[in-house]
Design a protein around this ligand. Structure first.
Ligand SMILES: Cc1cc2nc3c(=O)[nH]c(=O)nc-3n(C[C@H](O)[C@H](O)[C@H](O)COP(=O)(O)OP(=O)(O)OC[C@H]3O[C@@H](n4cnc5c(N)ncnc54)[C@H](O)[C@@H]3O)c2cc1C
Length: 396
C-alpha cells in the first residue's frame, strides 16, 4: 500500500513505499553489514580500531559514492537510498557508519556542490572508490559550537596560501588523504573571514595525533591535526574566498541527515536486541517479555525508532525535491540523536546486568549513541537553529 503523508509547511508528500531500487540498496547494505561488519564489531571496539580494509570494501560496493554523479566515479542514487545505507551501517557499527558520513557526506558531497571541474576530477573518483578518504576540519581546541570564531589562518603568499593552526576531534583524521579544512583568510571578523581549502593530508607541516580514550566510537580514527606552515596552491580553495562558513554549514546540514539516519540504525539495533533478549530471558518462571514494565521499555524504543526514521526520511525527501531542508535536518538530528541515547539506554535496562558487559551489544550502542547529541552541532545548537527558523531571531 502506498501511503501519502502531508508535510505541513514543507508542502511535499512522501511515498513511504520504497522503490525496487531502494529495497535492493537496503538489502545490499544489510548483507554488507552481516558479512563485513557484524562479525568484527566487538573486536574492533576492544582494539580501538576498525580494520582499515573496510574503506576499500565500502568503496567497492558503491557506498562511498552514493548520490555522487557517475561521471565523477560515484554510484548515483537518491538521498533516501543514502539514508537507508547509512541506517544499516549505523545498525552494524557507528564507527563504520561515521567513515561514510564524513568522507562521503561531509567531504565528497560538499566537493561535488562547491568544487571546480578540476577539483571534482582530481578528488571525487578517488573518494568514491575508497582509494582516498576525506576528513572535515572545522572544530578547533578553542572553538566547537562557535565555529565561526575559528583561528586557523591561511595567509596568501604569491600563488599559494600558507596555513597555521590546529583542529580537534577530526573523524577519519589519522587515516584521511584529504582534509576539507576551514581557515581564516581575511581580516573580517567571525564567519565572514573564513575560507575552505582542500588540503592533502600528506602536505609537509601537517601532523596528526590520534585521540584515544573515547567513550564510544572507539574503532573510529579520531585525530587532532596541527598545521605549521602548510603550503597549498590558491587553486586548493573550495568555493569563493570568504564563503568558507557557508561551505561548512551546507555540508553540516546534509551531514545532520546522515547522522540522524545512523542514529535510527542504533535505535533499531537496540530494539532488535531488546526484543530478542526479552523473549529468551526468564525470571520468576516466565520470559521477561511477559512483564508489562518490560513491554513498556520495548514499546518506548519502538515508537522512538519510527519517529526518528520518519523525520530522517523527510529530510531526504526534501533534498531530492530540491526544497529547503536545513531546519528539517536539525529537527531530525536533534530527535534521532536523543532517541538513540534513550533507546540504547532502555535496551540496556531490558538486558539487566548483562547489558553492562561488552559480550552483549547494547552497552556499545549506548556508548556510541552518546556522541550523536554532541557532534555536528550539539542538541542545544540544533534547538537554537530550529528556534531561529520559528522566530526569525538568531541567538548566534
Ligand atoms: C567523536 C567526535 C568526533 C568529531 N568529529 C568531528 C569532525 O570530523 N570534524 C569536526 O570539525 N568536528 C568534529 N567533532 C567536534 C564536534 O563537532 C564538537 O565537539 C561539537 O561541535 C561541540 O563543540 P565542543 O566540544 O567544543 O563543545 P562546546 O561548544 O564547548 O559546548 C559545550 C556545551 O555548551 C553548550 N553550548 C555552547 N554554546 C551554546 C549556546 N550558544 N547556547 C546554549 N548552549 C551552548 C553546548 O551545547 C555544550 O553542551 C567531533 C567530536 C567528537 C567528540
Amino acid at each position: 500500500m502506498v501511503i501519502k503523508l502531508p508535510w505541513n509547511e514543507w508542502g511535499g508528500t512522501v511515498d513511504l513505499a520504497l522503490s525496487e531500487e531502494q529495497q535492493d540498496v537496503r538489502r545490499l547494505a544489510e548483507d554488507f553489514v552481516a558479512r563485513e561488519v557484524a562479525p568484527h564489531v566487538v573486536a574492533w571496539d576492544r582494539a580501538e580500531e576498525v580494520d582499515r580494509g573496510i574503506v576499500r570494501k565500502l568503496g567497492a560496493v558503491g557506498f562511498l559514492g552514493l548520490t555522487i554523479p557517475e561521471e565523477y566515479g560515484g554510484s548515483g542514487g537518491d538521498h533516501l537510498s543514502y539514508c537507508l545505507v547509512t541506517e544499516e551501517l549505523g545498525r552494524g557499527d557507528s564507527s563504520v557508519r561515521g567513515i561514510v558520513s564524513v568522507s562521503l557526506g561531509l567531504v565528497a558531497k560538499t566537493l561535488a556542490s562547491w568544487g571546480t571541474e578540476e577539483q571534482k576530477r582530481a578528488w571525487l573518483p578517488r573518494l568514491a572508490s575508497g582509494d582516498a578518504l576525506g576528513c572535515f576540519g572545522l572544530t578547533e581546541p578553542g572553538t566547537g559550537s562557535d565555529a565561526g570564531a575559528l583561528t586557523t589562518r591561511a595567509v596568501r603568499d604569491g600563488d599559494d596560501y600558507v596555513i597555521d593552526g590546529s583542529k580537534m576531534f577530526i573523524t577519519n583524521g589519522t587515516w584521511a588523504d584529504l582534509v576539507l579544512l576551514f581557515a581564516r583568510t581575511g581580516g573580517a571578523p567571525g564567519h565572514k573571514g573564513i575560507s575552505a581549502f582542500l588540503v592533502p593530508a600528506d602536505a609537509p607541516g601537517l601532523t596528526r595525533r590520534a585521540v584515544h580514550g573515547k567513550l564510544g566510537l572507539r574503532g573510529q580514527a579520531t585525530a587532532e591535526l596541527t598545521l605549521e606552515g602548510v603550503r597549498v596552491p590558491a587553486s586548493a580553495m573550495l568555493g569563493p574566498e570568504g564563503k568558507g562558513f557557508s561551505v561548512a554549514m551546507s555540508a553540516l546540514a546534509k551531514g545532520r541527515m546522515s547522522v540522524a539516519a545512523g542514529c535510527v540504525g542504533i535505535a533499531q539495533a537496540a530494539l532488535d536486541a531488546a526484543v530478542r533478549y526479552a523473549g529468551e530471558r526468564e525470571q520468576f518462571g516466565r520470559p521477561i517479555a511477559s512483564y508489562q514494565l518490560v513491554q513498556e521499555l520495548l514499546s518506548d524504543i519502538a515508537v522512538d525508532v519510527d519517529a526518528a526514521r520518519l523525520l530522517t526520511w523527510r529530510v531526504a525527501d526534501l533534498i531530492d525535491r530540491g526544497q529547503d531542508f536545513a531546519t528539517a535536518a536539525s529537527q531530525a538530528k536533534l530527535y534521532a540523536s536523543e532517541a538513540a541515547v534513550r533507546c540504547a539506554n532502555n535496551a540496556l535496562q531490558v538486558f539487566g546486568g548483562y547489558g553492562y558487559i561488552d559480550e552483549y551489544p547494547v552497552g556499545k550502542l549506548l556508548r556510541d549513541a552518546r556522541v550523536m547529541t554532541l557532534y555536528e552541532g550539539t542538541s542545544q545548537i540544533q534547538k537554537l537553529i530550529i528556534g531561529r527558523a520559528l522566530t526569525g531571531v538568531s541567538a548566534f
